[in-house]
Each structure stands twice: as structure tokens, then as C-alpha cells.
Design a protein. Structure first.
Lengths: 485, 98
């Protein structure tokens, strides 16, 4: 049986009913990883032995009728989530020898539900990148066409789920790092409202923007896992003090009568005709389902890219100051004094994109420039957040493309940071405002998939998933998978 | 937005990142391009707008001052590049007698 073709709820049902065991399912994925991942490079670490041991325990629980809600389902974790005694690198040479002394809340929550970790997925270094080419552990390839990038920074998570080397994977999104790779790999990826998912043990890049989420093969799969990841965590002071939301019960509710807003500023941008066509087709699907389509304006939304490239580097320069070669991680050879130790450790331990962002952030925060850059960006961020607040008075979700196009070839944008940054032009605004956003597959061009983005009002992940699920019940873009054999 | 070599060196020093002399020109160009992006913000009218530092309107939560963490000294030292007598070891910091 092609176990990897089953959706999560079907896999769970299969284990429950005794059609197959978690050990069989886990072994099936481990075999696929060993067969296909040499080429894709979507995993940094495969935790084979632990996975088999976990799966066996899960099977025992089924025997004893003490099984947990998601017992025995395999999952891959982005290598940004600390996992106790397992290598946690964040895609960097700086942490290439780091075995986390504790586990992230995200890992623990899913572990407590019985999920089986297959391994840790590759990513852009410290989650900075949109092509998964900045990883110290080598680039990740897109399973739809291995000459193309999978997107980033959660490129390993997207690549492995798309190639069906894992049924689902955790991911994180600071400016689009879940939604952009989901779009480029033909997956459903959701970033919840800021504060929904605990950041404890999730290695920090830009703390006011970072948020954990999931990439999956359907909205229903994403809902099932995201629900288990959410909930208040006293260990994260920015974790929302709210009950875990119910994201699955109302998934099948109709969207008839709900309002979709099309941000005029996004649709005024020049787009390839296949993007326009795919989005128009998706809009027709929603019209047929009874949704009302209205044009809306977010007058300041085009400021999002410059705002982001001040705020994210500023926060990154502060967060990454902890990597000093003293307490953990990489240290340069033969430092002649403490200053030399810091300077060379950070020169040698960080890659170019990370260094660029630390330098930009340092500059934006330095005396004489703070007001002109950082403070100005924070004020403009408020303008963007206000725009969203205003439009959500009248609509349920915002619809746009996720990315300006399908995937691009490896190396194509490597030497042009700004061209790379433009990948996130549609996704960044939701991070600035802390809003939930998701990407679902809605078309293709020349054999490469393309995503549609939906952004919801604060805490309305349930509604977003409902919109995504309705679409997937009426279209089959999400069920197309690359042929990797 | 033009950066001088001197400014770039100062920023790199503030960030404690060694930058090799021969990589200065290309790095400078990349940073100048990125800084150029920021000029768009100048046109935005923000005199009446307060700075948004965070998406959540939260006050800092507090807790009772109780010990919740175990002592993980050995565990934490395991990842250290250099350790002596249970302490992180770094090159000498304080100047003075040998």
C-alpha cells in the first residue's frame, strides 16, 4: 500500500483500526527518506533509531488502549525547534555541533500527543532566506524540479512534505517562511496569529515577527496539527493567554455569504499572466461557493518591505548577539584575545546573508540613525496594522497571490539580495500586523506549483482554514504531488 | 545612501564581526542597495502615529519568584567550546600581572 498517499486522518484511522502499525508507517517514511533525500537534501538530521523506538511505544499504547490523540503519526521538525539531545543547527555553522539541552514547547506538545519525529529539516541559515540556499548544510531542492529552489526559509520542511518523505512538518514564518515555500512546493502552509504558538525553544530571528506553524498536504491536515501546537505557554511571555483553539470541528462549514477582500494595491502590481489567471480562477471558485468578492484598499501596504527590512534585521542583530563562541556553538581556532574570539567566531560562524542582516540591523539601531530608521519603521508598521484593522471591519479574509510567481532556479537570485527579498512582498504584511495567513496550491506553470494566500483577522485561523478546506473540497490542486521516483 | 569604508568598519566592529579588507567593496554595495530601499518610508506621514514595537498589546506577565528550573550546569556545559573546573573558559580578559 502507498501509505504516503494517505492524508493524516486516514493514516490515524489506519493505525487505530489496525490496518497498519505506527512502526510500519514510520519505517515506510524512513525508507523513502533514505531513498530520495540524498538528492533533495531536505533533512539535516534523520532520527531513525529514536523514530522506530517511539513508533513501537505508540503501537504498544494502541494495544493497551492508552493511545494519545495523534499517536503514531510521523512528523518532521524544522531544525529551528530545539529537540533535547538531538542536533539543532538552525541551518548554521554556528550551531553545527549544538545538541539542545531542552526541547521546544512545539516539539513537546506534539510529542505529548504521540507524534513520531522522523528528523530535523534543512532551512535557510537562522531562517534568513527565501530559497534555502543559505543553509550551511547545503541547498535544498524542489521535488517538482530539482533545478529549482523549494523556497525558504522552511525549504526543507516544504521539500520533504512535497516529496512525501514526511506526511507533515513544522515550520516557522517571520516574513513568509511558511507560506512562500508552501506556494513553491504545492503545499498548504499556515502561519497562525502571533502569540498562538509558543516560541519557547524556537531559535529566535526577529522576536516580534517570528511565529511557528505547519506545512501539510491539505487544509484538514494542517488544521489537525496546528491545533495541537497552539495554546498558552507560561515559558513564552508573548504567548497568548487563551485556550487552545478548535480548528477542526467547523472545517466543513460553508463559506456562503462570507466576504473576501482583494487588496487593490497587490493587484495593481505587474504579475505574470499565469499568476493572474490562477488567481482569477480561484476567485471564481469562491464566487461559486457563495462568497462575496469586494475590492479593498490598504493604502500603506506597499511600505511593508522596507519596514520589514529595518525591523527584522534590527531584532536579528540583537538576538544573534548571543552567538559569541563562549557558551555553546562554534568557536574560531586559536583566538589571541577575547575580542579576536568574538570577531572571528562571528565572521567564520555566520554565512553572508546572516552577516548582512546583522550589519543592517546594527546600523539601523546605532546612534544617529535610530530615529530615522528604526523608529520610523515602527511608526510605519503601525500604519500598516491600522490598514488591516480598518479592512477587517468589513471583510472575512483577504485574498492575493502568495508569491510573485512559481519557483526560480537555484543560483538565479543568490547574488541579488533585493530580488530575493521581493519573494516575500505579499507575505510580509501579515507578519507586521501579527495576523494569521496561509497558502494553498491554486495553479501551476511549466510543471511548477503556485499558491494562493489568504490572510485573516487576528485569532481567526479557524475561518482561514474553513476557506482553504472549502476550496480544496472543490478543486484538486492540493492533491497533485511531484513524481520523484 | 552612501556608506564610507570607515562607517562600515565601525558597524562591523559594533556587531563584533570581522570583515576582511578585500570584501569591503562588495559588502558596501549590498548594504547600500538595502539601505536604498528604506528611502520609500520618508514619504509616509507619521507625525501623529505612535511606534508599534509589537503586534500584541500585552503587558509583561509576571510570576511568583519561585525556583522553577532545575540546575542544569553539567548539561549546559556539555555544549561549551572550552570548559575548566565547571566554568566557561575564554582568553584572558583582565589586564594585569601574569
Amino acid at each position: 500500500m502507498d501509505l504516503h498517499k494517505l492524508y493524516l486522518s486516514e493514516q490515524l484511522e489506519g493505525i487505530k483500526s489496525g490496518k497498519f502499525s505506527s512502526t510500519e508507517l514510520t519505517t515506510h517514511y524512513l525508507e523513502r527518506i533514505s531513498k530520495f533525500d540524498d538528492d533533495l537534501n531536505s533533512f539535516i538530521t534523520v532520527t531513525e533509531d529514536q523514530a522506530i523506538a517511539k513508533a513501537k511505544k505508540s503501537d504498544e499504547r494502541y494495544k493497551n488502549n492508552t493511545n494519545l490523540p495523534l499517536d503514531g503519526l510521523p512528523i518532521a521538525h524544522k531544525d529551528i525547534f530545539c529537540t533535547k539531545d538531538v542536533l539543532t543547527t538552525c541551518g548554521s555553522k554556528m550551531l553545527s555541533n549544538f545538541e539542545a539541552p531542552y526541547s521546544s514547547t512545539v516539539f513537546e506538545k506534539l510529542d505529548n500527543e504521540g507524534m513520531v519525529m522522523l528528523g530535523k529539516t534543512n532551512m535557510d541559515e537562522f531562517a534568513m532566506g527565501s530559497s534555502n540556499e543559505t543553509s550551511y548544510f547545503g541547498p535544498v531542492k524542489n521535488p517538482w524540479n530539482t533545478e529549482y529552489v523549494p523556497g525558504g526559509s522552511s525549504g526543507g520542511s516544504a521539500s520533504c512534505v512535497s516529496a512525501e518523505l514526511a506526511p507533515v512538518a513544522t515550520a516557522t514564518d517571520t516574513g513568509g517562511s511558511i507560506r512562500q515555500p508552501a506556494s513553491l512546493c504545492g503545499l498548504t502552509g499556515i502561519k497562525p496569529t502571533y502569540g498562538r504558538v509558543s516560541r519557547y525553544g524556537m531559535i529566535a530571528f526577529a522576536s516580534s515577527l517570528d511565529q511557528g506553524g505547519v506545512v501539510a498536504r491539505s487544509a484538514a491536515d494542517a488544521a489537525l496539527i496546528l491545533e495541537a501546537m497552539c495554546g498558552h505557554d507560561p515559558k513564552d511571555s508573548t504567548s497568548l493567554n487563551l485556550e487552545r483553539p478548535d480548528l477542526t470541528t467547523n472545517l466543513n462549514n460553508p463559506i456562503k455569504g462570507m466576504k473576501i477582500g482583494l487588496p487593490k494595491e497587490f493587484f495593481e502590481k505587474e504579475m505574470p499572466s499565469y499568476v493572474e489567471k490562477s488567481i482569477e480562477d480561484a476567485i471564481s471558485v469562491y464566487k461559486d461557493l457563495g462568497a462575496e468578492i469586494v475590492e479593498v484598499s490598504l493604502p500603506n501596504i506597499n511600505l511593508s518591505l522596507p519596514i520589514y527590512y529595518i525591523i527584522a534585521p534590527a531584532e536579528c542583530s540583537a538576538n544573534l548577539s548571543r552567538y559569541d563562541g563562549v557558551r555553546y556553538g562554534y568557536r574560531c581556532e586559536d583566538p589571541k584575545d577575547i575580542e579576536d574570539l568574538y570577531m572571528r567566531t562571528r565572521e567564520e560562524g555566520f554565512g553572508n546573508e546572516v552577516k548582512r542582516r546583522i550589519l543592517i540591523g546594527t546600523y539601523a539601531l546605532s546612534a544617529g540613525y535610530y530615529d530615522a530608521y528604526y523608529l520610523k519603521a515602527q511608526k510605519c508598521r503601525q500604519l500598516v496594522a491600522n490598514d488591516f484593522k480598518e479592512v477587517f471591519k468589513n471583510i472575512d479574509v483577504l485574498l492575493s497571490p502568495t508569491t510573485p510567481g512559481t519557483s526560480f532556479k537555484a543560483g538565479e537570485k543568490t547574488n541579488d539580495p533585493i530580488a530575493m527579498y521581493l519573494q516575500d512582498i505579499f507575505t510580509i504584511p501579515a507578519n507586521l500586523a501579527g495576523l494569521p495567513g496561509l497558502s494553498i496550491p491554486c495553479g501551476e506553470n511549466a510543471g511548477l506549483p503556485l499558491g494562493l494566500q489568504l490572510v485573516g483577522n487576528s485569532l481567526e485561523e479557524d475561518k482561514l482554514l474553513q476557506f482553504a478546506h472549502s476550496y480544496q473540497l472543490n478543486t484538486d490542486w492540493h492533491s497533485k504531488m511531484p513524481d520523484i521516483s | 545612501m552612501a556608506l564610507s569604508d570607515q562607517e562600515l568598519k565601525e558597524i562591523a566592529y559594533l556587531a563584533r564581526i570581522n570583515v576582511k579588507e578585500d570584501s569591503l567593496p562588495s559588502l558596501k554595495k549590498e548594504l547600500e542597495d538595502i539601505l536604498g530601499l528604506f528611502e520609500e518610508l520618508n514619504a509616509a506621514e507619521t507625525s501623529e502615529i505612535s511606534a508599534m514595537s509589537h503586534p500584541l498589546d500585552l503587558s509583561q506577565p509576571t510570576r511568583q519568584d519561585e525556583v522553577t528550573e532545575e540546575n542544569l550546569r553539567e548539561e549546559l556545559l556539555k555544549n561549551a567550546p572550552s570548559v575548566q573546573s565547571g566554568l566557561f573558559l575564554v582568553p584572558k580578559v583582565i589586564e594585569g600581572e601574569e
